[in-house]
Structure formats: C-alpha cells, structure tokens
Ligand binder design. Structure first.
Ligand SMILES: *Cc1c(COP(=O)(O)O)cnc(C)c1O
Length: 344
C-alpha cells in the first residue's frame, strides 16, 4: 500500500464514513470567517491569539502546545522527532490503527511492529511492552480508539510510557470530546515522553480547514517547534478555531446528539441481534457479519456512506457508522434495515 487511501464517496449524499460533523461548523464560525478582509488572505498568518485561546481551552501553558495543520501534521512532526536519523528505528502500532501512523513511519524509513488488542478491543499494556527493542523510538496509542470506540485506560497508557522511556508515546485523542477524561494532565505532570494529539476536525466540524494540536511537556514541545512549520495554520483556520471555541454551545449540542445517536444504534443492534461495540466517540462499530459489504453497498445505493472495516484485524464483518446528528442516524438505520432486508 502506498500512502493514505482516501475513502471514496460520491458527491452529495450523507457522509457517515469519516466521522465528520455532518452539519458543518457552527454558523458563528462562518460569520466570523465572512468578516475577514482581503489582507487575511494576503498576509502571513499570526495566530498567537489562537494559541492562547487553545492553551486556555486545554488548561495548559502556551509553551506546552503547538497548533498544527490537522492532527495529521502533528503525527508527522512527532514521528520526525522520534525517528529522524535513527537507523532501523522502530515504532509500535496497535492494530487496527489509523492509517496515517504507518504512513508517517514509512516516510521516516522506520519499521513498524504491530501489537494487537485482546478480545473486544481491550489493550494489555504488556503486549505492547513485549515488542519494545533497543531500537523502539515511538509508540502510537489511540484513545478513544478508532474504529472501535473503546477506551485505553489511563493506567495502561501510563504503564506503557513508563515501561518504554526511550520511546515517544503519542496519545491520539481525536475523539476525546466525546469521552470522559483526557491524558493531557498526566502527560504534562508525570512523563517526559508523552505527547497528546488533538484535532478540531471531528467534534468542532473544522475538518476541511485542517486544525490540530500537539500538547506535551515543555522540553518536547520546544524540540517540536524546530520541526513544525512556522505557518502551519492559515489565517482562516486560525480565525475559525477561535470562533469555534467561543461557541461552546454548538459543540456541546453536537456531543449530546452523538450520545443519543449511539444509543439509537445500540438499541437497533440489540433488536437485530448484532454486536455493537460500546463507543466513547462519534461512531459505532457494528458487527453485521457476512452481509457487511452488501449492507455498505446497499446504503451507498441510497446515498448514505458508511465505512466497511471488515478487512481490519478483529473487525471481521464490521462496519463503522458515524454517530453524530440524530436525524442522520435515524436515516442511516432505516436505510440499513432496508438494505439488510433486500440482502436476505
Ligand atoms: C480523524 C482522525 C485524526 C486526524 O485528524 P485531522 O486533524 O483531520 O488530521 C487523527 N487520528 C484519528 C484516530 C482520527 O480518526
């Protein structure tokens, strides 16, 4: 496989395959973007205000955070820090994993070692530490986990970070807004080798503008400052970020909708005798079984896109459905019902 495979979706239609906020960003964000003048496009961005506001949002100091062009750039820069100039440097990825981890490791000519979850996406820290060698420089952990929605307990993350002190542990918290608890406080207070990645793509509805963040202890952030490009955020992204944080109501409403959507999906699956994994993110992994690809195609034919995850380890017969706005979820479940009936 070369690079990141961008999943296909036709134009229009209901996009429930990439965990985006299907209603877009908050109207307040759009208002603020409309007020930008021509110089916002013509001058290099100064996003000091966005850094201050985001630091405040995560309750960290401004030298404990870096804003990035989406979390993808955060992952890439962290991988550069960990693997640059290390011959045969190794990174550990817990599968199934977000594709970008492996793409970053490959870009730095590193080797990936794969750990696996136990049953039902339970991560045993010893399974990760068992893969550590004297060349291991990085460990990718994803909490809440995509595509299962499962949590990695903070003590497991802590044990891995403590047990692999020469590795940079990257905790990908792309879905933290939908869950209870972040590792940020412990990353700053207890460790010198843990970075937390955050994104404003999912809960905040800014995926198209590309805004992410790296949060970590000062010495790590200082070293990353030499790697992250000086103008990672464009002026529009920076303005949108501050505006999004100013409109907390919009985010809270979306988080509440997502909770209700998950509940609807669980309930549907219970009725149908299908396994739905308990999720703390804005999606649910559902084990449809052998009819999974028929269901995905049936939904696509009805203009609804969900993600087939059947080819991923531990996800046999599974699809991932974005669980955001309740109305979208109802439509998706109604279409799923039709698609499964057709498939009989
Ligand atoms: C969406 C996602 C990201 C990437 O976020 P961007 O800010 O859009 O680059 C990172 N990690 C996981 C697990 C994701 O699902």
């Amino acid at each position: 496989m070369s690079g990141y495979q961008k999943p296909e979706a036709g134009p229009g239609g209901l996009r429930l395959h990439l965990n985006e906020n299907t209603r877009g960003c908050s109207p307040y964000v759009l208002d603020r973007l409309r007020q930008l003048d021509a110089t916002a496009a013509s001058i290099y961005p100064d996003y000091t205000r966005a850094i201050e506001r985001t630091a405040e949002w995560f309750q960290v100091a401004t030298d404990e955070i870096l804003l990035t062009n989406g979390m993808d750039e955060a992952l890439f820069c962290a991988t550069i820090l960990a693997l640059r100039g290390i011959p045969d440097g190794e990174a550990i990825v817990v599968e199934p994993a977000f594709d970008v981890y492996e793409a970053c490791v490959r870009a730095l000519a590193g080797q990936t070692r794969h750990a696996a979850f136990r049953r039902d996406f339970v991560l045993n820290g010893a399974d990760v530490l068992g893969l550590v060698t004297d060349r291991t420089r990085m460990v990718f952990l994803n909490d809440p986990h995509n595509p299962s929605g499962a949590r990695i307990p903070q003590d497991t993350i802590g044990a891995i970070a403590a047990g692999a002190p020469d590795a940079l542990v990257f905790v990908d918290e792309a879905y933290a807004e939908f869950a209870s608890g972040s590792f940020i406080e412990r990353a700053l207070g207890e460790f010198r080798n843990v970075l937390v990645g955050r994104t404003f793509a999912k809960a905040y509805g800014l995926a198209g503008l590309r805004v992410g963040a790296l949060v970590g202890p000062r010495p790590l952030i200082a070293r990353l400052r030499d790697i992250v490009p000086p103008f990672s955020l464009n002026s529009f992204a920076a303005e949108a970020l501050v505006a999004a944080l100013d409109d907390r109501g919009y985010i809270d409403e979306y988080i509440a909708e997502s909770e209700e959507s998950r509940r609807l999906i669980y309930e549907y699956c219970r009725r149908k005798g299908m396994q739905a994994f308990a999720s703390e993110a804005n999606f649910v992994l559902v084990r449809i079984g052998p009819r999974a690809s028929v269901a995905v195609a049936g939904l696509a034919a009805r203009g609804i896109f969900i993600r087939n995850r059947s080819d991923q380890p531990g996800c046999e017969g599974c699809v991932r459905i974005t669980a955001g706005h309740v109305e979208d979820t109802r439509r998706a479940l109604a279409a799923l019902e039709e698609a499964l009936c057709d498939a009989r």
